[in-house]
Structures are given as structure tokens and as C-alpha cells.
Design a binder for this molecule. Structure first.
Ligand code: GSH
Length: 192
């Protein structure tokens, strides 16, 4: 299997860290989504990375679905409970962290068009702030949830260096300090 992804995609980083922690080989094919390469559109008509292409040529798309697939590939994995309350809470933490990324990416597309203020922009910043505050209370819930949170926080550091998410979120800062030093996070650091 191979992951169509770009080295700066935070959704892909979540999967690349997860695969390393699960002991799975997940070769990445460097794919620039905005260029609409044929291989990506064949795997994902939405034209988004990451997309996972399996040995038989079929594809799995959307990072939460791909994450669920990777986790299910390793019976007995310890990164997320396979069922019950802990399972759904871990997936909710993933949705919160992915939502921070979604809002950040909306802001970036707006910035690229010169839009840096207005109600829609403010709404994204407020969503990010609220989600960070809730994630700050959810660290340590599961290994997978902690990966998702750390990926989202580090993406903010990467793309929004002026947004000081550490200031009011001490638990997030402590988590990120610990996880960002691990080999899987170091190996998937986005290129400058
Ligand atoms: N919900 C998707 C979001 C993926 C996404 O937005 N990827 C960005 C790159 S980080 C992309 O491919 N953007 C191109 C586009 O929106 O056309 C996931 O979790 O995989």
C-alpha cells in the first residue's frame, strides 16, 4: 500500500505518525493536490490528500477513515480502545483536532486571496480557540487522540507562528513537548 500525500499535509502526518507507532510500513508518494495529478484523482475524485492506495488498486480516502483502517490492521493495538466509550471519545478527539486543521486551512485559503479579516475569518479563529481549550482537557485520553492533538498544534506552530496556542493551554504544551521529540514526529516534521 502507499499513501498519496504531501510532506506538509497535517492530515497525512497524523497517519504517518500513527503507522510508525503501529509498526506498519506506509510509503508515501509525494503528491501535490492542487496540481490535480491523475493518480490522485483516480484514488480520490475530491482531489484531496491523503489517499491510501491498496495493493489491489482500490483506495481509501479521508484521514479518519484511513486511520481507522490502519488501527484495524493491527489486532490488539494499544493506541485506541477498539470499542466502548474510550473508542468514541478518541474518535471525537480526532474530529476536534481535524476540525482545527479544517479551520486553519480555510484561513490559509482566505489569506492566499488577501482575505485576513471579516466574520468568516473570525469564526475560524473562534472555532480554533474553543477546540484548543477543550483539547487541553482531553490529553492523555488515548495514544491516538494524543497524536491527533499534537499534529494539530504543531500545524498551528508551522503555519500560524503568531497564534500562541501554548499560552492558555498548558496541558497541550506539555503533551506537544513530549510527543514532538519522539522519532515518529521528528521523522514527519514538515519541511520549512
Ligand atoms: N477531511 C480530509 C481533509 C484533507 C485535506 O483537506 N487535504 C488538503 C491538504 S492538507 C488538500 O488536499 N487540499 C486540496 C483541496 O482542498 O483541493 C482528510 O481528513 O483527509
Amino acid at each position: 500500500m502507499k499513501l498519496l500525500a504531501s510532506p506538509t499535509s497535517p492530515y497525512a502526518r497524523k497517519l504517518r505518525v500513527l503507522a510508525q507507532e503501529l509498526g506498519l510500513a506506509l510509503p508515501m508518494e509525494d503528491t501535490a493536490p492542487m496540481a490535480d495529478p491523475a493518480a490522485l484523482l483516480a484514488a480520490n475524485p475530491l482531489g484531496k490528500v491523503p489517499a491510501l492506495v491498496l495493493e489491489d488498486g482500490s483506495a481509501i480516502i479521508d484521514s479518519p477513515v484511513i486511520a481507522a483502517f490502519l488501527l484495524a490492521s493491527v489486532p490488539g493495538q494499544r493506541l485506541m480502545p477498539e470499542s466502548g466509550h474510550g473508542h468514541w471519545q478518541a474518535r471525537t478527539t480526532e474530529a476536534l483536532a481535524d476540525g482545527v486543521l479544517d479551520a486553519a486551512i480555510i484561513l490559509r485559503f482566505n489569506m492566499a486571496q488577501g482575505i485576513t479579516s471579516g466574520p468568516w475569518v473570525d469564526r475560524q479563529y473562534r472555532a480554533i480557540e474553543r477546540a484548543l481549550a477543550v483539547m487541553n482537557t482531553r490529553t492523555g485520553g488515548s495514544g491516538f487522540g494524543d497524536i491527533c492533538i499534537t499534529v494539530a498544534c504543531d500545524y498551528l506552530s508551522f503555519r500560524f507562528p503568531d497564534l500562541d496556542w501554548r499560552e492558555h493551554n498548558a496541558e497541550l504544551a506539555a503533551l506537544a513537548d513530549r510527543l514532538l521529540a519522539t522519532p515518529a514526529f521528528v521523522a514527519t516534521r514538515p519541511p520549512a
